[in-house]
Design a protein. Structure first.
Length: 334
């Protein structure tokens, strides 16, 4: 675990200030990992688990503090905190706490593995590959290899075929340029390549895959903007018009992830809440993975789109300790 924590923290500290105004997590600047570990142990003992204490502690600790608590707990009690939590709490609450306490790259590795094994949730793999920057994605791939003793691209390739396999493997293995430079002529040419690939699926899918898996996000956004200028509609709307299969859906998710992650995540949670029966997996994934990053912006986008506060929607669609935990991560208390 420690080697991946170190990798993540070197990046985390570089971006912490930028994300501080976008995060919803409310965490103390100072805390004692030993005292937190002892308080959690106390919450596990006696007649029944003290879920309120678990939420009060873990729901108010940042990624670095959570890893310190895990280490302190293991040193004091010679027991894995994650495994103890799994035995103490249940259902959606347990799943949310488990994903929250994991180091972010390890969490994404777990999310990707579950998605791959399901054989149908490849949009989560696309999401991880497109929303993250190159260093974050590399950390996920390392965590995946460490946890499963197989590469992420190996498992993706084993569970997919054809153009979908080519796209997904290309996305998860890409290490993109992150600067601001763009090539306008290339944007023009590749906007037409994408148009032909999308239009009635007659063009070269391999060329579309090449564009999406090799270009920088800045270059891709320039290409998508040029597409809109030429054809009078966005490429994502065109994809929806042409109908969808797994490959088209993956293209759609990739483009949304590249262009506007905030709007992408807003739609994920909107769809999760709109379903007949809440999609707790999707709701948990967004809140847990973005609470320390940009969940405040996602919440604002949700309100703008739906005229309902995101925390109110979450409170209406969830219950019990699961509800309390999600609201805590959203920076609100019941």
């Amino acid at each position: 675990m420690d080697i991946f924590i170190t990798t993540y923290h070197s990046y985390h500290y570089r971006v912490k200030r930028h994300f501080s105004t976008m995060a919803t997590l409310v965490a103390p600047s100072n805390h004692s990992p030993q005292e937190d570990a002892e308080a959690l142990r106390k919450a596990f003992e006696g007649w029944g688990t003290d879920e309120k204490s678990i939420i009060g502690i873990l729901g108010h600790r940042n990624v670095y503090q959570r890893q310190q608590i895990r280490k302190a707990y293991e040193e004091i009690y010679q027991e894995d905190l994650v495994k103890r939590l799994e035995s103490e709490i249940k259902a959606e609450f347990e799943k949310a706490v488990y994903r929250w306490i994991l180091e972010p790259a390890d969490r994404d590795a777990v999310l990707a593995n579950v998605a791959i094994k399901s054989g149908k949730n490849f949009h989560i793999v696309v999401e991880i590959a497109t929303v993250h920057n190159p260093e974050e994605l590399l950390a996920v791939r390392r965590a995946y290899l460490h946890r499963y003793k197989r590469s992420l691209e190996e498992d993706v390739a084993a569970h997919t075929s054809g153009h979908l396999r080519q796209l997904l493997v290309g996305l998860v293995t890409s290490y993109r340029y992150v600067g601001d430079e763009i090539n306008p002529k290339l944007a023009q040419t590749e906007a037409e390549i994408l148009h032909e690939a999308v239009k009635e699926k007659k063009g070269s899918q391999e060329e579309a895959i090449r564009v999406l898996t090799t270009r920088s996000k800045t270059q891709l956004i320039a290409t998508f903007n040029r597409y809109r200028e030429i054809h009078g509609t966005s490429i994502t709307k065109k994809l929806l018009e042409e109908g969808s299969d797994e490959f088209q859906n993956a293209l759609y998710t990739a483009i949304r992830g590249f262009t506007d992650p905030i709007k992408y995540y807003e739609k994920v949670v909107r769809n999760a809440i709109k379903k007949l029966g809440t999609d707790e997996d999707a709701l948990t994934r967004v809140i847990v993975s973005r609470a320390e990053k940009d969940l405040k912006f996602i919440s604002e986008a949700y309100y703008k789109r739906n005229s309902v506060l995101f925390e109110h929607a979450v409170a209406k669609e969830t219950s019990g300790d699961y509800k309390k935990f999600l609201l805590t991560l959203l920076g609100t208390e019941e």
